[in-house]
Design a binder for this molecule. Structure first.
Ligand code: C2E
Ligand code: CA
Ligand code: CA
Length: 577
């Protein structure tokens, strides 16, 4: 075996039982190629097993295995092999046979050096072409393989965070529940302020934040399966139902949110709500997921940044809330919403000078639902505006009717925070006043300090707009919120309603008495009218009278009553001019 010491690009194997032929071919080719020689087909096959040759040049007639057989063996081993045969001028038929069996070309004896070089160059080029084609095919195959793997991956994972997706999570949960222990907890984690952050900083910021959150969650424990469901909802599968152990785990989850998240140049704090459901014998994956979801919404309803274990009453509460929401959507159309009127009296004359309209919902099954229960519900499902408009219109129409009866009373109507933020509130109020014919100055709109402070920048202009429509503004529940008289000074308002909590303690608690005195005198300095709410006793009334409180309202005179009963009170109190 003779091998060339140079390292040219292609490697050629020369097979011939005549050493003269081998040597001659080597001499011709070794300037351009690495040449290896073999004395027999058998030796050639051994070499081919170890080394990769670009081109194999073989004699046809050899002792032992023939060149033709060698060709079929070689091509059987590697179909890409490029084989040339050597044929004498008399054995051209065998050369043709060799090409039929898969040889690429043949070299005719006696050798012409130039012819041999050209033919071998062609064979080497062909070998290179085949190799390139093979490489392209394997690249393509690899690409397809990679794509398929990615698709398979995506079928089980979330593309954004690389965590498991909902489908995988459910399958794993099912498997875990079927396992012999079957003790599994599902922990749902949701970001409290995600929507606001995404709206503020943009969607790609939101995506990167979710990725960060995902990677922190994935690192909480290596024994926990973490998945992202939709949006900012993550699910964790904990193989434990020990209450303390799961609570400790949840604490660890809270801890990873104590450090701010760095996304781009921003650092943001993220708080989370967490809902936990633990398996019991009766549970399947779907029930467990639903329970964890219910616990999560309960945590959210409690204002976020807290965690709740699922308990069956959460479910009941959620169902009740859902039912109540549905019922509330239809309540207006079904005529279940009504108004009661609570008399407001002048402290000196003891006559009714006005009424506060108080909404009532008469639920067909539950009976009366108090406004503090359904007003926030109406706000959250977006039906406060139609209900609020109905209240305004009914109150104005009713009051106009009493004016026509000769009772020139004012009507106070509560505006919920959401209503107060409506951009076209002024226009709506003007329309209602026009429609009902009520003189605007008889309408008082009650807003709370917190409604104003929630929207402090816009508040002054909203209030101005309302007052431009000719109506009066009352600050409701004064004393319970910010109670900044300094700030009130800047607001275009007319009336201050002292919250009933101060009134109720006025005889027992000297601090409350002092506060009422201060509020009344400051309000009077600001030329505001003062109304005291929640007067239940003669004593409270006497005190308010002494302190020159202008008006009062309370059970001491009457509970809120329907329109007919209120009319009787009007007649009895003789407000008629
Ligand atoms: P608010 O505006 O402070 O209404 C006064 C509440 O105190 C009324 O309860 C009234 O019945 C009650 N009240 C009046 N005098 C006394 C008294 O002497 N003693 C006691 N213990 N309570 C007294 P109500 O009708 O249950 O309303 C509760 C809250 O619901 C209202 O507080 C108001 O924030 C909201 N609300 C009521 N009606 C409406 C409405 O039409 N629209 C909006 N947006 N909110 C309303
Ligand atoms: Ca009120
Ligand atoms: Ca009030």
């Amino acid at each position: 075996v003779k091998s060339n010491s140079q390292l040219p690009s292609a490697h050629i194997l020369i097979v011939d039982d005549e050493s003269a032929v081998r040597n001659l071919l080597c001499a011709i080719l070794q300037d351009n190629y690495a040449c290896t020689t073999a004395e027999s087909a058998e030796e050639a096959l051994r070499l081919i097993g170890d080394v990769r040759f670009d081109v194999i040049i073989s004699d046809i007639h050899m002792a032992g295995m023939s060149g033709i057989e060698l060709i079929s063996r070689v091509l059987g081993l590697s179909p890409d092999a490029v084989v040339m045969v050597i044929s004498g001028s008399t054995s051209i038929d065998s050369a043709i046979e060799a090409i039929r069996s898969g040889a690429f070309d043949y070299l005719k004896k006696p050798f012409d050096a130039e012819q041999v070089e050209l033919a071998v160059d062609r064979a080497v080029a062909h070998a290179a072409l085949i190799a390139a084609q093979r490489k392209y095919e394997t690249d393509l195959e690899r690409l397809v393989e990679e794509r398929t793997a990615r698709l398979n991956y995506l079928a089980f994972h979330d593309a954004l965070t690389d965590l498991y997706n909902r489908g995988s999570f459910e399958r794993r949960l099912t498997t875990a529940l079927e396992g012999d222990a079957g003790r599994v907890s599902v922990v749902f984690v949701s970001l409290d302020n995600f929507k606001a952050l995404r709206d503020g900083f943009g969607h790609s910021f939101g995506d990167r934040l979710l990725r960060e959150v995902g990677s922190r969650l994935a690192n909480v424990s290596d024994r926990v399966t973490v998945a992202r469901f939709e949006g900012d909802e993550f699910a964790l599968l904990v193989k434990d139902t020990d209450h303390d152990a799961v609570s400790a785990f949840v604490q660890k989850v809270f801890e990873i949110f104590s450090a701010p998240f760095k996304v781009d140049e921003y650092e943001v704090f993220v708080s989370v709500s967490i809902g936990v459901a633990m398996s019991d014998a009766a549970h399947n994956a779907q029930v467990l997921l639903r329970n964890a979801g219910a616990a999560l919404s309960h945590a959210r309803q409690l204002g976020g940044n807290n965690f709740q274990f699922y308990s069956s009453d959460i479910n009941l509460r959620a169902i009740r809330r859902l039912e109540l929401e549905n019922d509330l959507r239809r309540a207006l159309d079904r005529g279940e919403i009504g108004l009661h009127y609570h008399p407001i009296l002048n402290t000196n004359t003891r006559k009714i000078v006005g009424a506060e309209a108080l909404v009532r919902w008469n639920h067909p099954k539950l009976g009366p639902v108090p406004p503090i229960d359904f007003i926030p519900l109406a706000e959250s499902i977006g039906s406060i505006n139609p209900i609020g408009e109905w209240i305004l219109e009914s109150a104005c129409r009713q009051t106009k009717h009493w004016h026509e009866q000769g009772f020139p009373i004012e009507i106070a109507v509560n505006l919920s925070p959401r209503q107060f933020q409506q951009h076209d509130l002024e226009r709506k109020i003007r329309e209602i006043l026009e429609k009902t014919g009520l003189v605007p100055s008889y309408l008082n709109l009650e807003v709370t300090e917190s409604s104003i402070m929630n929207n402090a920048d816009a508040a002054v202009s909203i209030l101005r707009g309302l007052r431009n429509a000719g109506v009066k503004i009352s600050i409701d529940d004064f004393g319970t919120g910010y109670s900044s008289l300094g700030y009130l000074q800047k607001l275009p308002i007319d009336i201050l309603k002292i919250d009933k909590s101060f009134v109720s303690d006025v005889s027992a608690n000297p601090d409350d008495a002092a506060l009422i005195i201060t509020i009344i005198s400051l309000a009077h300095n600001l030329r505001l009218r003062v109304v005291a709410e929640g007067v239940e006793t003669e004593e409270q009334l006497k005190f308010l009278h002494l302190m020159k409180c202008d008006e009062w309202q309370g059970y001491f005179y009457s509970r809120p009553v329907n329109a007919d009963a209120f009319e009787s009170l009007l007649i009895a109190s003789n407000v008629k001019d």
